[in-house]
Design a protein around this ligand. Structure first.
Ligand code: B1M
Length: 215
C-alpha cells in the first residue's frame, strides 16, 4: 500500500529514478505487474492530466510523464506477458488490428492493450497512431482480422470512431469485423451510440472482451 502511494507520487512528480526503483521493489515483493500498471501508474497519469488542465503542468511535463511510463513498461512488460498468458488457455486465437484514431497520438494505452492481447494468445497488428479510416479499411482487406480495436484519448478524436464505422458500412466491411473501442475519451454509452460492438475501460477488460468473442 505504502509503496503504491510512493510510486504514484514519484510519477506525478516526474521523478524517473524513483519510479523505476519502486517498480522494481514492488515486483520483487511479488506484486503483480498488472496491478502496478492499472493501479498507481494509471492513476498518476490521470492526475498529471488534471495538473495539465489546471495549468500547473505543460506539454513538456506530459511528454516527460509518457517517457517515464514507457521506461517503466520496459521493466514491466515481460511480467505483464507472463501474467496475461494465464488468460490464453484453450481459446481460439483471433487476429486484431489496433489503432489510435486520426488526429490522436496518445499511444501508451493502445500499446498496453496490444501487449496484453498478444500475451493472451491473440495476433495483434498495431497500425500505430493517427490512423484514418482508409488505413483501417486497407488493413481489414490485407489482414482479414476478426476484430478492430480503436483507441482515442481526446474528445475531438473519439468522434472520428463513428466516421470509421460509417466508412466500414459504406465499403461493405461492417459485418466482417467486430469493432471494439476504448481510451480515456470513450465510455460505454458512447460506444453504444456510435454502433461499436464493445467497449473496454482498461487493458484487462479488453482482453476479456476479445476472449469472449473468441469463445
Ligand atoms: Co494528452 N491529453 N494531449 N498527451 N494526455 C490527455 C488525454 C487529457 C485527458 C489531459 C487532460 O487535459 N486532463 C487531454 C484530453 C482532454 C479531452 O479531450 N477530453 C489531453 C490533451 C488536451 C492533449 C493535447 C491536445 C494537448 C495540447 O497539445 N494542447 C495533445 C494532443 C496531441 C494529439 O494527440 N494530437 C496532447 C498530447 C499529449 C502527449 C503527446 C504530450 C502525451 C502522450 C504521449 C504518448 O502517448 N506517447 C500526453 C499524455 C501523456 C496525456 C495523459 C496525461 C496520459 C495518457 C496516458 O498515457 N495514460 C492524459 C491524461 C488522461 O488520460 N486522463 C492526456 C495512461 C494509459 C495507460 O491510459 O491511455 O487511458 P489510457 O489507456 C487505458 C484505457 O483507456 C484503455 O486501456 C488502457 C490501459 O488500461 N484503452 C483501451 C486505451 N485504448 C484502448 C483501446 C481499446 C480498449 C481499451 O480497444 C479495444
Amino acid at each position: 500500500e505504502e509503496l503504491f502511494d510512493k510510486l504514484y507520487n514519484c510519477l506525478v512528480d516526474l521523478d524517473k529514478d524513483c519510479v523505476l526503483d519502486n517498480v522494481i521493489k514492488l515486483l520483487d515483493m511479488g506484486v503483480k505487474a498488472l496491478d502496478i500498471v492499472l493501479g498507481p501508474m494509471s492513476k498518476a497519469m490521470e492526475e498529471i492530466g488534471r495538473l495539465y488542465e489546471e495549468g500547473e503542468y505543460f506539454i513538456a511535463e506530459l511528454m516527460e510523464a509518457a517517457d517515464i511510463f514507457k521506461e517503466a513498461m520496459k521493466i514491466l512488460e515481460p511480467r505483464l506477458r507472463l501474467e496475461a498468458k494465464s488468460m490464453a488457455q484453450g481459446r481460439k486465437r483471433l487476429r486484431i488490428v489496433l489503432a489510435t484514431v486520426k488526429g490522436d497520438i496518445h499511444d501508451i494505452g493502445k500499446t498496453l492493450v496490444g501487449v496484453m492481447l498478444q500475451a493472451a494468445g491473440h495476433e495483434v497488428i498495431d497500425l500505430g497512431v493517427d490512423v484514418d479510416a482508409e488505413k483501417i479499411i486497407d488493413a481489414i482487406i490485407k489482414y482479414k482480422p476478426q476484430i478492430i480495436g480503436l483507441s482515442a484519448l481526446l474528445s475531438t478524436t473519439a468522434r472520428y470512431m463513428r466516421v470509421i464505422i460509417e466508412e466500414l458500412e459504406k465499403n461493405g466491411l461492417r459485418e466482417k469485423v467486430k469493432v471494439l473501442v476504448g481510451g480515456a475519451a470513450t465510455t460505454r454509452e458512447f460506444a453504444e451510440k456510435i454502433g461499436a460492438d464493445g467497449w473496454a475501460p482498461n487493458a484487462i477488460e479488453a482482453v476479456k472482451l476479445v476472449n469472449k468473442i473468441a469463445e
